[in-house]
Unconditional design. Structure first.
Length: 287
């Protein structure tokens, strides 16, 4: 996008690559984390919708989202006793027979993204991430990360990294569609921005159980699309960097680690502890 882009920018993208995995070794269930836990993981409902959202990143006049409540505000990944996030983040979900729909809304005074190739390490930019464990067994789960350019990093893990991993970068969220709304100008430090929002439409067919190569073992079969009342483990993470301006462009402040803000805390700086992810219950259509 041009540095002189208009105040609001919207685009949509579809991903058509096939669902594929590459080899990894199946490992035992992830160990129980040792970090103290202040409260149980959060839970939320995702209602069925008869009319799908319009995937343009805008939600304030979309009937599909109007009756779906927002989540609680995201907190620091280590929990609410840590420093509160500098900027607001919230999400909501709904579903139909074809897709899981995700909406995330982020306050952001410095819209910034640099990575443009699929499966680049998107969290090196500001990003939003969703983690999905359909059967809730804390193994065999999906991770999707997106930056403000719409660049996607998607992967599948047979087990968390600390239980052996590794990540299967060959998995793609085939058929996923997205829309982004930028409330400001991307990569232009001459002004202050308001934020960005993103909608994802994740096809159920790409969340099919996959066996661990060489073992035949699979995570438990789940109904796809889910049945009303089914519950999945899901969590969200936002990665935010502290920026400065050098020669008219954004740059990361040297030596400053990223901030990690999540829907439900992980109680450590590690998203790959699925035991701490929240529970999302799929419900019938709201009246």
């Amino acid at each position: 996008m041009s540095r002189l882009a208009p105040v609001a920018a919207v685009w949509s993208t579809a991903f058509g690559a096939a669902c594929v995995t590459v080899g990894s070794e199946y490992a035992a269930p992830a160990p129980v984390p040792t970090q103290p836990i202040a409260h149980a993981p959060l839970s939320d409902d995702a209602p069925f919708v008869s009319v799908a959202p319009v995937l343009d990143g805008r939600f304030d006049a979309d009937p599909a989202w109007d009756s779906v409540p927002w989540s609680t505000e995201f907190v620091d990944i280590e929990g609410p006793d840590r420093t509160a996030p500098r900027f607001s983040t919230r999400m909501k979900m709904c579903w139909d027979q074809s897709f899981l729909f995700v909406l995330a809304d982020m306050q952001e005074p410095d819209l910034w993204a640099t990575l443009t190739r699929h499966d680049e390490i998107v969290f090196h930019d500001h990003d939003i991430e969703v983690f999905i464990d359909p059967d809730g067994d804390t193994r065999e789960y999906y991770e999707i990360e997106v930056n403000a350019l719409g660049t996607v990093f998607d992967l599948f893990l047979h087990t968390p990294y600390r239980a052996g991993g590794p990540a299967d970068h060959g998995w793609n969220a085939a058929g996923m569609r997205l829309g982004i709304d930028l409330r400001g100008t991307l990569n232009d430090p001459r002004d202050r921005d308001n934020g960005w929002s993103i909608e994802l439409a994740i096809p159920w067919e790409c969340l099919q159980p996959m066996g661990a190569p060489g073992t035949g073992a699979k995570h438990q079969a789940v109904a796809l699309p889910p049945n009303p009342g089914d519950a999945w483990r899901i969590n969200f993470s936002r990665v935010e960097w502290t920026l400065e301006v050098r020669e008219g462009t954004y740059a990361k402040v040297p030596g400053r680690p990223e901030d990690n803000w999540t829907w439900t805390p992980q109680w450590e700086i590690n998203m790959h502890v699925p035991q701490h992810w929240g529970t999302v219950r799929f419900t019938k259509e709201q009246p």
